[in-house]
Design a protein around this ligand. Structure first.
Ligand code: RIB
Ligand code: CA
Length: 310
């Protein structure tokens, strides 16, 4: 670790909350963002990749490597969530293009090389469908030994899903990849809707960001347009920022050590994530409680979202 900071590789489908997660990873002193890999999910791979590059440049970090990943799930057709994130995926926010070209390697290859170069050091934070990570596991079966931890925003273990009553979006889009990951010996912490539905940005906060000057605060204002101005919702769940925060501060959540099974069928429960105890099934940490107040303070101070006077 360089200077005691935690090296993080962020795997994203940027997306509104992914953009805020990137901002948080850049702003936390405890985090060294070593690279960002992109995957299709909230919107197509072209948009998630372009959005990621533009967000990094907007936040003053265009030099952070961005590696383009899988354009569709392992088995199923891609299903996006443009109705949540807007047609381009940034909720109507349109930062300028990045001056820095894409990494010359694919996302799975970037994951493998990063883990090999810094064995036992790097934390992967995966906040989109798990297609890149599943392919990386296939490229390097020793990945579980090479990574320090994998924090996954995904699943709904004791609460209903957000795409169907059974399934959370990231797992729903690519259940086969999620199942391969859950069956592996990767040291995983799952951050599911059980805890992410307890942390949100409120409309009243967003409305006060109109006069913000900090680039991260202006990004939050910009990506919130689709949700708050067009869809008229009262709060936006901070799914992906919570995963980044837990990578830096694991004590924000309380977890249960258990096996995880994924429904990879074609029925109504497809993408369901279940807590199971089964001989031979690796044990992972599943977050079931969160210190929402502590996370809220961390997130708001890092992105300078303090209430703008007036
Ligand atoms: O279910 C929430 C997750 O799906 C978040 O990662 C959001 O960005 C979408 O990818
Ligand atoms: Ca995401």
């Amino acid at each position: 670790m360089s200077g005691g900071r935690i090296p993080i590789l962020l795997d994203v489908d940027t997306g509104v909350d992914d953009a805020m997660a990137i901002a948080l990873a850049l702003r936390l002193d405890a985090v060294e963002l070593v690279g960002v890999t992109t995957v299709a999910g909230n919107v197509t791979l072209e948009h998630t990749t372009e959005n990621t590059r533009r967000v990094l440049a907007w936040l003053g970090a265009p030099e952070i490597p961005v590696a383009r990943g899988m354009s569709r799930p392992l088995v199923r057709p891609l299903r996006t969530a443009a109705w949540v994130h807007g047609d381009t995926g940034l909720g109507g926010f349109a930062p300028p293009p990045s001056p820095v070209p894409l990494s010359p390697v694919t996302a799975p290859e970037f994951m493998v090389r990063t883990a090999r170069e810094r064995p036992g050091e790097v934390v992967f934070v995966c906040v989109g469908p798990l297609t890149n990570l599943a392919v990386a596991l296939g490229l390097e079966p020793d990945l579980p030994r090479l990574v320090r931890r994998v924090v996954i925003m995904g699943g709904a273990f004791t609460v209903p899903g957000n795409v169907t009553p059974a399934a959370e979006f990231n797992v729903y889009v690519d259940p086969e990849s999620a199942a391969a990951v859950a069956r592996s010996a990767l040291p995983i912490t799952f951050i599911g809707l059980d805890v992410t539905h307890q942390v949100a940005l409120l409309r009243t906060e967003w409305e006060r960001l109109g006069a913000a000057t900090d680039p991260a605060a202006r990004l939050v204002r910009g990506v919130g347009q689709h949700s708050f101005a067009r869809r008229g919702i009262d709060q936006m769940h901070l799914h992906d920022p919570l995963a980044v925060a837990v990578a830096a501060c694991p004590n924000l959540v309380r977890t249960r050590a258990t096996g995880v099974a994924i429904d990879t069928g074609l029925g109504a429960r497809a993408g369901e994530t279940m807590l199971v105890e089964r001989p031979g099934l690796p044990t992972h940490d599943v977050a079931l409680e969160v210190d929402a107040a502590a996370f809220g303070t961390l997130f708001r101070s890092a992105l300078r979202l303090e209430v703008v006077a007036g």
